[in-house]
Write a protein of this length. Sequence first.
Length: 758
Amino acid sequence: MTVPAPSPNDPPYLDGLNPPQREAVLTTEGPVLVLAGAGTGKTAALTARLAHLIGTRRAWPSEILAVTFTNKAAREMRARVGRMIGDAVEGMPWLGTFHAIAAKMLRRHAELVGLQSNFTILDTDDQLRLLKQLIQAEGVDEKRWPARQLAGLIDQWKNKGWTPEDVGAGEAEGYAHGKGQKLYADYQARLRQVNACDFGDLLLHVLTILKKHRDVLEGYQQRFKYIMVDEYQDTNSSQYLWLRLLAQTRKNLCCVGDDDQSIYSWRGAEVANILRFEKDFPGATIIRLEQNYRSTPHILGAASGVIAENGNRLGKTLWTEIDVGEKVQVIGVWDGPEEARRVGEEIEQVQRGGGSLDEVAILVRAQHQTREFEDRFIQIGLPYRIVGGFRFYERAEIRDALAYLRLVNQPADDLAFERIVNVPKRGLGDKAVEKLHRLARAEGIPLALAAARILDTDELTPQARRSLGNFIGDLARWRDRATQLLHAELARQILDESGYTAMLQSERTTESAGRLENLSELARAMEEYETLGAFLEHVSLVMDNEAKAESAKITIMTIHAAKGLEYDTTFLVGWEEGIFPSQRALDEGGLNSLEEERRLAYVAITRARKRCTILHAANRRIYGQWTSSIPSRFVGELPPEHVESESSMTGGASLWRANWSERDDPFAHVGRGEGRGPGWQRAQTTGQFSREPVRIVEARASAVSLGNKGRDDMAVGLRIFHQKFGYGTVAEIEGNKLEIDFETAGRKRVMDSFVQPA
């Protein structure tokens, strides 16, 4: 359709809309895909479109299906439309999230899938309890095949729109040697018996009803004259199939989304849904919202340069009328602690310039990265908040580990004893713990001592007595080791020998993998303190240092949690290969995962309004070991005209130089689009970016004292010194790479420019 030009007679909801936004509002008939780039005002267009449909009497509020991804977004849309057109919006029963709308439909037709209309929606705990019962009845070892793993598989199948009959043998092999499909069927049957469903069922059951009962489907197709969907790039297969069925008759479907911001595949989102919209709905109108109202041209240019490396995208070019502003800063530092110090200094400079801490954000790829910044900010007195999760020392797995350490350090710590006496499960039920409390109160002794004494009685069952005895014995052994081992190594042994590490490993979920990373970071943090007691005292001070709620604070969060938010100043930290892009993601998903990681980089950069700083470190402590780090390939994909780079390395290194050789590149097979070579990586050299063909390989810090000359003073048997690993002896030499036997760190492979003759 031809969109009319702005007129003085236009309704108020069209005021201030740019031409593409007006087109998105006024193109009411037929399928419409609105590709809304970051910060391009898609919410304004979406709410104005809804107001237009109602205000022009194209449909009654009850004839519009409007789907959002969060309850907050639904409330915001209802409020904004209400301000535009008044009380009419209150009659919109079909405005809400996928699950809320599906639940309403399912209660109307519950009997068609064997339920009653008053069915219960199970929470995660109830779901796991039911699955454990079924696993036990099937004779499966739940320790080897945990219920949480099966719950994750079932959720994946439901997100794909699969009933138990749809699960093939190959998929079923993922759990208990092929028993996954049967347990899924048993689980669904059991849910029907107790008149319940889980969240995945809300859409799956409705999808089943629409497929099998033509009259129900036609009823909804006639009811909904218009369908609108926000964040379409985040739909899973089940949601996609549900929408496609409902829209087949009238085809008045308007989907708003951004394929460049599809970052949730780990929870079932399929970017392919938005990419194939034109194929699903031939003749669809594609509208691109490209004028950005948030960020400066340099920030947009940097983000666009990175995302352009992806092959599977519909494509758009963001632009803005905002002043050019500062270039994106790329800073190379020596290691993680210096990264935290540098960010702290930069934030203090923002404060001195009159900026508010509420407008500053630090975005990390993984939760465990927050710890170093939290400790630094506590040390220098900068208040902060963690968004989308707990502060590092408040996370459940960290509190569990700290409880073990507190109990080793102080046997009378009853709160610590209570927390971990049955974590992991040791067969000590509430009754056994209650008896310990009773004895401790009666004799005025700590719980740990009461536990030791009760072992000499018949108060407990033989199994409970045996389990408690093993636990008390473990505590005694760990206390003895505390005088012999470094406390970080003690922590690792406690977590392994207690079964805590194995408990998380057995879950085999993304969440449990993240918890294991957090525990590794905890042990690493302990190495910075002379004694276990000193470390525990530090943690207590950190936990007690929460600033008042009303004060301005720095925001620390993952990039995933930052989607939809914006800040004047952002710090994007840890941009190194293996951290970002995530090595685990690349190993599991190959090219698809690399493209999603790149979309995540795009989201991260576009959170900034005025200033964006990217940091990468030459060295990282990973799982307790110092590792030479390589700048992320995404750093190399930043267009040089939008970037200013610097290196602030300590330890004698002041220039950062990257030498690339695809022959050694562990990631060379990832990221090659069709018709393209291995890609291009820009290497940072003396503050500039030069374009060189290749991927990531080796990074060299060139010491000033060497004047960037090659090393001819290295020889096998030479005693050397490394800033982090200490003293060692050269064992092998291969070009500029050295194999060195360090006195305390063992054998390491390092670059010659990182060492000096001792």
